[in-house]
Each structure stands twice: as C-alpha cells, then as structure tokens.
Design a protein around this ligand. Structure first.
Ligand SMILES: Nc1nc2c(ncn2[C@@H]2O[C@H](COP(=O)(O)OP(=O)(O)OP(=O)(O)O)[C@@H](O)[C@H]2O)c(=O)[nH]1
Ligand SMILES: [Mg+2]
Length: 233
C-alpha cells in the first residue's frame, strides 16, 4: 500500500515537472515567434574589416559552406522571401550583410567558405574577412554554424569549428535541408554531429534540424536565438 502511494506520488511529481518544462518551452517558442515576427531590416554590408559597423546590439552570425542555405535560413526565420539573396550558384553572398531585428538583435548573413570554384583572391578576401570578424567581434553572441544534412561534413567545416573553439565563440550547429533527408539518415547525421560536438569546446550541445522549405525547426531556432536578444530596448 505504502509502496503504491509512493509510486503514485512520484508519478504525479514527474508529470508536474514535465508539464512545467513543456510550459516553459512553449513560452520560449512564443517569445521567439514574437521577436521574429517583428520588423527586420537590412542596414549594412561590408567587405572589409575596417568597414564593420560599430558594435551595438547583440549579434548572431550565420556561417557555413557556400550553398549550405544560410541566406535561405535567414529568410525562413524572418518569414520573408527575399530579405537575404539566395541562389543556386555557390558564392552568392560576398559580403557580411547586417540585419536589424526589432532593435533587439542583429543577424549577420556571411559569405560561405569552401567554394572550390572561387578564384584564389576572392577566397582569400572572403575567408580572411570571415575569420577576422568571427575572431574579433565583441558583440558576437553566437554563431549559427550550418551543415547540410544531405552531404558529408567537410574538412573546411571542422576547420571553422576549430577556429571558433580557439576564439571561444559559442556556436550552435544547425542542420539544413532536412526536407531532402530520410528520417533514418537524419538520425545518423545527428548522431555523427553529436560525436563531433563532444570534441569541440565552444560548441553548444543542442543540434537543431531545419528546413527552410518546409519550416521545420524554425520555431525552435527562433526560441534559441531569442534568448540572446537585448530585451531592455
Ligand atoms: N531543398 C532545400 N533547398 C534549400 C534549403 N535551403 C536552401 N536551399 C537551396 O540551396 C541553395 C543555396 O541556398 P542559399 O541560401 O543561397 O545558400 P547560402 O549558404 O547563403 O550560399 P552562399 O551565399 O553562396 O554562401 C538554393 O538553391 C536554395 O534554394 C532547404 O531547406 N531545402
Ligand atoms: Mg548566402
């Protein structure tokens, strides 16, 4: 009898804790939705480190290989089709593009790395700018590092992870294009990335799987990013 009572009490406590966690997550999702439903405006572009805008609001940078879907993710997050320019051709984004989200957060669309066809000079310029920005930006709160869920992780991806570890910039891995991945392959990919994250000091432990086509994972990513916004404004 006593045992049954204890069991029932334990079950009730576990249920209450789960309900509380679910309510908390729902509140975070709602906060993210509201933030990203606000105005988002492009305000600055630069190709040289000396031209960066003065640091102000907290920044989130979207980094990843060329063609991984950075610009598309930005559009999907903000629910706008053509805020950031996207293209089938790798190397579409050639500068750092800054967007102001509701005066609470700055989103930075970065040029991609690892684009094999780029000329050596272009590669040097983009990658130099990108690395210098990631290393030295005082207001950079988090890097969203995109990996294509459909293809293998490349050396250039792990090189960027190492750079971010050294710079002690927290980065969150977001898998893209999950609409093109079978559930079993996606599960394997997540497992692979989890293994990788464990080896990298600055990697944030949660991996988010997204599709800019279907909108999968957007509410969760908005909720994560909303935790970095300046809510005092
Ligand atoms: N199926 C699918 N295609 C996507 C998704 N996101 C992006 N794409 C496609 O991938 C291509 C590249 O997308 P972009 O958003 O321009 O990629 P990017 O990372 O900004 O590329 P760069 O600016 O060149 O570095 C485009 O043809 C997009 O339509 C997605 O979620 N699903
Ligand atoms: Mg782009």
């Amino acid at each position: 009898m006593e045992n049954a009572d204890t069991e029932a009490a334990e079950k009730a406590a576990a249920e209450a804790a789960a309900a509380e966690a679910a309510a908390e997550q729902a509140a975070l999702i709602e906060r993210g939705r509201l933030l990203f439903a606000g105005e988002c405006k492009f305000f600055y572009a630069c190709q040289k480190l000396e031209q960066l805008p003065p640091p102000g609001l907290p920044e989130i940078a979207f980094a990843g290989r060329s063609n991984v879907g950075k610009s598309s993710l930005l559009n999907a997050l903000t629910g706008r089709h053509a805020l950031a320019r996207t293209s089938n051709q790798p190397g579409r984004t050639r500068q750092l593009n800054f967007f102001d989200l509701s005066r609470r957060l700055v989103l930075v669309d970065m040029p991609g790395y690892g684009y094999a066809q780029a000329s050596r000079d272009i590669k040097r310029d983009w990658q130099g700018l990108m690395f210098d920005y990631l290393r030295g930006r005082p207001t950079l709160r988090r890097v969203v590092l995109l990996l294509d869920s459909r293809i293998e992780i490349k050396e250039s991806d792990t090189a960027v992870m190492e750079l971010l570890d050294r710079a002690a910039v927290i980065y969150q891995i977001v898998l893209t294009k999950t609409d093109g991945t079978k559930p079993s392959a996606l599960a394997r990919k997540i497992e692979e990335v989890q293994g990788l994250i464990r080896k990298h000091a600055a990697a944030y432990p949660t991996i988010l799987a997204t599709s800019s086509e279907t909108g999968d994972g957007m509410p969760e990513l908005r909720a994560e990013l909303a935790t970095q916004a300046d809510w005092d404004n």
